[in-house]
Design a protein around this ligand. Sequence first.
Ligand SMILES: Cc1cc2nc3c(=O)[nH]c(=O)nc-3n(C[C@H](O)[C@H](O)[C@H](O)COP(=O)(O)OP(=O)(O)OC[C@H]3O[C@@H](n4cnc5c(N)ncnc54)[C@H](O)[C@@H]3O)c2cc1C
Length: 267
Amino acid sequence: MKVSEYIKAKDLNEAYELLREDRKNYIIAGGAWLKLSVKSANKLVSLDALGLDKIVVLGDSIEIGALCTLGQIETNELIKQLYDGILVQAVSSIMGVNIRNIATIGGCVMGKFSFSDIFPVLEVMDTTLVFHKQGEVSLMDFLNNPKFEKDILVKIKIKNNLGKGFFKKVAITALDFSVINIACSKTDGLFSLSVGSTPYIASPCYKAMDYINCLSDINLESIKECANKVVEEIKFSSNNRASKEYREELAKVYISRGIKQVSNYEN
Ligand SMILES: Cc1cc2nc3c(=O)[nH]c(=O)nc-3n(C[C@H](O)[C@H](O)[C@H](O)COP(=O)(O)OP(=O)(O)OC[C@H]3O[C@@H](n4cnc5c(N)ncnc54)[C@H](O)[C@@H]3O)c2cc1C
C-alpha cells in the first residue's frame, strides 16, 4: 500500500475533517483489511492517541471503544458473560491470535463485510453504534443505509444483558470465511434470530421472529416451522464456498439448534 502521509489525529474533530477532506484519505485502525484492499492512500489517519481502546460499563450498557482489538474482546470477563458469551465465540472464530491482536471491532463494523462473523451476534443483542458526528445510530440503520455519510465510529454500546445466546460458524477450514453463520438469543421471553454470510451480509429473520415470539409455547413442530420461515425470508445464494441449497439446509439445522439451546428445550 502506498501512503503519502500518516497523521496521528489529536482529536476526533481533526480526524473527521481529514476523513472528509479527500476520498483518498482513510482512517486506519488495525490496518489488517485496509492494507489488503486499498492500493494507495493520500492520508492515513490514526485514532491511536484518542483513548478509544477501552471496554467499560456505563449505566445499563457495555461500551466497547472502536479501537478495541478482537483479542481484548475475547479475553474480557464482562463480555464472556453477555448472552452466554456469543460475542467472544464469534470473535474467537476469526483467524488466529496474531490477527485478533491487530484487528479492531471498529474495523469489523465499518468494513460492512458480507462474511462478517460479528454482525449476526451484534444483531441479536441490543446494539447501538456511536459516531462522532451522527451520534447514536442503530446497527440496522447503519447496515441498511448504503449511503451512510462518512463518519468516525467512536464506540459500540451493547445492553448489558445476561440473556441466553447461541452462535455457530460453519467454515470449510478453521481459518476460512464462513459458509454460513447463525446467532440466536432469548431475552425477557423473546427470541432474536440472525443469519449471515449467506453469502450476503447478516440479516435479522424478522418474519421467523414474529412467528416464534407469538407462540405461547414451543415444540418440535413450531421450531421446524420457524426454521422453514428463516429459509423463506432470507436470501441465500451459491458461491465458491457452498451452494444455496447447502446453506439453506445448514440454516434450518442451526436455527433449530439455536432455538432449542436458548430456550433450554429438551427433546
Ligand atoms: C486475512 C483476514 C481474514 C479475515 N477473516 C475474517 C473472518 O473469517 N470473519 C470476520 O468476521 N472477519 C474476518 N476478517 C476481518 C477482520 O476481523 C477485521 O474486520 C478487519 O481486519 C478490519 O479490522 P481492522 O481493525 O484491521 O480495520 P482496518 O483494516 O484498519 O479498517 C477497515 C475499514 O474500516 C475503516 N475504519 C476502521 N476503523 C474505523 C473507525 N473507527 N471509524 C471509521 N472508519 C473506520 C477503515 O478506514 C477501513 O475502511 C479477516 C481479516 C483478514 C485480514
